[in-house]
Design a protein around this ligand. Structure first.
Ligand SMILES: NC(=O)c1ccc[n+]([C@@H]2O[C@H](COP(=O)([O-])OP(=O)(O)OC[C@H]3O[C@@H](n4cnc5c(N)ncnc54)[C@H](OP(=O)(O)O)[C@@H]3O)[C@@H](O)[C@H]2O)c1
Length: 312
């Protein structure tokens, strides 16, 4: 049986359950492409699933990692949109084995051509966080030019894409982060920054059209106050039961990011035209996934952590 190197979990638990090992090559469905993985993004959902989050959806052993950049090595007989040799990136279906591996089988409809102006490490930083920001700002909040948006955790994986998309869309962008990220936030387009360690954002900001919240909890709770009448909050953490504040016509929507090759194509255009750039905090080799998870779990990543699979 043909094998490849991959990182798998055989049980839920701490970072030490990530095992670097030889595993069978993925099976290819007729509508799949087989991608030779050159880089894989690391996201908080990876370690949440490792810990047992949504465990009913996954069978073990499981290869985590749902951000991939690489080259198509083979394609299923029904695939007409992509060719062997294409450089691609994707946020693959979360219920299948992920990208902490030398190869991954991905439905062709979830795969887009990689932006041409960035390398595979940077490309692997984009899909999951970029699509989350895109779907939150444009599909759910319908952000318009001239509107005011408050973006929490603006220096994080999702947040730093949201800042750049909102700026590109012509919104007035306010971002929360600790002080050491403020120069970075200004450099990617934030008009105002708030140091959450010093200033209560709900004292400093009022009448915003859109709040984008990737923190949840009390940040989510306090954010209602800063929304103007008729405003909308999009949250990556609270469920749809969040509802709204009907009297003031304030709404909350919940994002659960979906694969979308067309949107990845639009994001690639923004990257190649210089409007958006993924920020890389740290690169680890594939077999160092345990270290990558420990760093991500600290909750202070600027931009993204990526696994270099090409040089493994
Ligand atoms: N529902 C969905 O579809 C979906 C999709 C993607 C992500 N998510 C979730 O969204 C969350 C964020 O994801 P991510 O990838 O952006 O995480 P991340 O990259 O790990 O976020 C790290 C950032 O959070 C900032 N931060 C920490 N505490 C903060 C605070 N109190 N106020 C403001 N900023 C703070 C840090 O800035 P400082 O270093 O300056 O503190 C750091 O830049 C995760 O829980 C993830 O699971 C959900």
């Amino acid at each position: 049986m043909a094998t490849m190197k991959a990182v798998r979990i055989h049980s839920h638990g701490g970072p030490e359950v990530l095992k670097y090992e030889d595993v069978p090559m993925p099976n290819l469905n007729d509508d799949d492409v087989l991608v030779k993985v050159l880089a894989a993004g690391v996201n908080p959902v990876d370690w949440k699933i490792r810990q047992g989050y949504m465990e009913e959806m996954f069978s073990l052993p499981l290869i985590p990692g749902w951000d991939v950049a690489g080259i198509i090595e083979e394609k299923g007989k029904d695939v007409t949109s992509l060719e062997v040799g294409d450089s691609v990136y994707a946020r693959p279906d979360i219920v299948r084995n992920g990208a902490y591996a030398q190869y991954i089988a991905v439905k062709a409809s979830e795969v887009a051509l990689k932006p041409e102006t960035i390398d595979y490490i940077h490309a692997a930083a984009v899909p999951l966080a970029g699509l989350t920001a895109w779907q939150s700002l444009f599909d759910l909040a319908h952000l318009q030019a001239g509107q005011k948006i408050l973006i929490h955790a603006a220096a994080g994986g999702v947040g730093h894409f949201a800042v750049q998309f909102a700026k590109w869309a012509g919104a007035h962008v306010i971002g929360t982060a600790s002080a050491n990220n403020h120069t970075f936030l200004k450099s990617i387009g934030a008009h105002e920054t708030i140091d959450y360690n010093v200033t209560a954002f709900d004292d400093a900001v009022h009448d915003v059209d859109v709040v984008f919240d990737t923190m949840g909890g009390e940040v989510w709770q306090r954010s209602w106050k800063v929304l103007k009448k008729g405003g909308i909050m999009v949250s990556a953490l609270r469920g749809p039961e969040a509802g709204g504040m009907d009297a003031l016509n304030k709404l909350c929507a919940h994002v659960f990011v979906q694969p979308d090759a067309d949107q990845l194509g639009e994001i690639a255009v923004l990257i190649d035209s210089g409007h958006v750039r993924p920020e890389i905090a740290r690169v680890f080799l594939l077999h160092e996934a345990e270290k990558a998870h420990r760093q991500s779990e600290e909750g202070h990543t600027r931009g993204k952590i990526v696994l270099n699979v090409a040089d493994e």
